[in-house]
Design a protein around this ligand. Structure first.
Ligand code: ZN
Length: 83
C-alpha cells in the first residue's frame, strides 16, 4: 500500500524538524507500527535519495513510508505484481 503525502505537509514537517543528524531529522508525533500497531512517538525522515520516513516500535519492527514520488517505471512495476 502506498500513501501519498502532499508537499504542503512535507514543508510543514520540515519546519518542525529537529536537525539531529545530517542524514535524518526526527519528528515527534504518533505513528503506529505497521507490523503490530504499537504506537511510536518518534519517526525519522531520511534526507537521502530514499526520502523515507521510518519509525521503530518497542518490539523492534521497522515501519517505513516513502515520501518520494515514484517514477513511472516504479509505479508500473508495483502494479504488475498486484494483477
Ligand atoms: Zn511493532
Amino acid at each position: 500500500m502506498s500513501v501519498e503525502i502532499p508537499k504542503s505537509l512535507i514543508d510543514w514537517l520540515n519546519k518542525l524538524a529537529k536537525p539531529t543528524s545530517p542524514e535524518y531529522a526526527e519528528y515527534s508525533g504518533k505513528y503506529n507500527c505497521q507490523e503490530c500497531g504499537i504506537p511510536v512517538t518518534r519517526a525519522r525522515f531520511w534526507y537521502n535519495e530514499s526520502k523515507d520516513m521510518t519509525w521503530k516500535c518497542s518490539e523492534g519492527h521497522l515501519s517505513k513510508v516513502s515520501l518520494r514520488k515514484p517514477s513511472k517505471a516504479e509505479v508500473k512495476a508495483r502494479y504488475v505484481g498486484e494483477k
